[in-house]
Design a protein around this ligand. Structure first.
Ligand SMILES: [Fe+2]
Length: 376
């Protein structure tokens, strides 16, 4: 067996009320000035102000950068970086879902390593650890609060850059389900299906290990049990807490086993049409697994068992479709505005995305086009 590495933040706080504990930990580490990277929505809900107040009570000054776009761009990274440098911050706090975490990683990475964010596209391109990053998660989720993955849209090329770098790992991740209760049903569904995609892609990955397998299968069984409940009733705190654990476990799996063609292909849809990441994954997931079942039927049979159906690839794929429909995911890419004539260029870019390198079966350009078409 090949050598494997396992990356995870050194401290990970889980559970209702752990936000205060995170602030206490930052105070104990002597941080003085924080850049809070978030989006306008979380400023409106008052959560950004709540975090600023908790920090002030712990003698940590803070400044809020709320310019993160749902698909964060190079321009967002540059704007946040300028504010960080102007205010001479010694720590970055990301507050939100995947978009603020990814943007904050970009800011923190360039702050120390210099150059521009495009220089770090690919795997482990940076020389030094980023500025310390504390990631406070409000969705369940991308798991970006605990991964070394950073996805930034290059608006000039209309693509999402996959930056996979051990130096972007946050020093502390915070999953407090109280900060997740306000998520609307559609965001709960999309982010939950993203987590399911992480677990399944990691489980069938060519570099899966017994550690990532255990994380992936547990994540899948929690998601099928609790995602419909969290979508149905956002105040169901048991479902919120279990989904926080599920998405974290899925993150542990894919942070180390990487992903596959669902993400490689979904990134192109996000970059090209500015579509929500979780919805793109949810639509593509069963179609990519039909392709993968040529070589990974036994692994997909295990996924079926974790989903509570029979040990078969077909049953697993059907269970994925059923779950997606239950939580209100659109049936196909046409509904999302994807155009048939764009498919060849989307496929070309998908084959360049680092996430696809660990898919269990490598595809030709024609095969990627066929998967997109099947998902229309
Ligand atoms: Fe994802």
């Amino acid at each position: 067996m090949a050598i494997s590495a396992f990356f995870i933040p050194s401290v990970n706080l889980m559970g209702a009320g752990c936000l205060q504990q995170a602030v206490d930990s930052m105070q104990a580490q002597g941080f003085k000035r924080a850049l809070i990277v978030t989006d306008a929505g979380l400023v409106k809900t008052g959560l950004a102000q709540k975090v600023s107040t908790l920090l002030a009570n712990a003698d940590i000054q803070s400044v809020v950068f709320d310019g993160v776009h749902p698909n964060p761009t190079c321009a967002n990274v540059n704007a946040g970086l300028a504010l960080l440098q102007e205010k001479q911050c010694d720590v970055v706090i990301s507050l939100g879902g995947g978009s603020p975490h990814d943007c904050a990683k970009g800011i923190a990475l360039v702050a120390v390593n210099g150059g521009k964010i495009q220089d770090y596209e690919g795997v482990d391109k940076s020389a030094k650890p980023q500025l310390p990053l504390v990631a406070i998660n409000t969705t369940a989720g991308t798991a970006s609060e605990m991964t070394r993955f950073c996805i930034i849209t290059d608006e000039a090329r209309h693509i999402k850059m996959a930056i996979v770098d051990k130096h972007t790992t946050p020093i502390l991740s915070v999953n407090d389900p109280e900060t997740m209760a306000g998520m609307p049903p559609s965001l709960t569904a999309a982010t939950g299906m993203d987590a399911l995609t992480h677990a399944i892609e990691a489980y069938v990955s060519t570099i899966a290990t017994p550690i990532t397998d255990a994380c992936a299968l547990k994540a899948i069984s929690l998601i099928v049990a609790y995602l419909p409940r969290a979508v149905e009733n956002g105040q169901d705190m048991e479902a919120r807490e279990q989904m926080a654990y599920a998405q974290f476990l899925a993150g542990m799996a894919f942070n180390n086993a990487s992903l596959g063609y669902v993400h490689a292909m979904a990134h192109q849809l996000g970059g090209f049409y500015d579509l929500p990441h979780g919805v793109c994954n949810a639509v593509l997931l069963p179609h990519v697994q039909v392709f993968n079942s040529k070589v990974a039927a036994a692994r997909l049979a295990d996924v079926g068992v974790a989903l509570g159906v029979k040990a078969s690839a077909e049953e697993a794929i059907q269970a994925i479709r059923t779950l997606a429909a239950t939580v209100g995911i659109p049936a196909g890419l046409t509904q999302l505005g994807v155009k048939e004539q764009d498919i060849p260029v989307l496929a070309t870019n998908a084959l360049k995305d680092a996430c696809g390198f660990t898919n269990p079966l490598q595809a030709s350009h024609e095969e990627i086009c066929a998967i997109y078409r099947a998902a229309m």
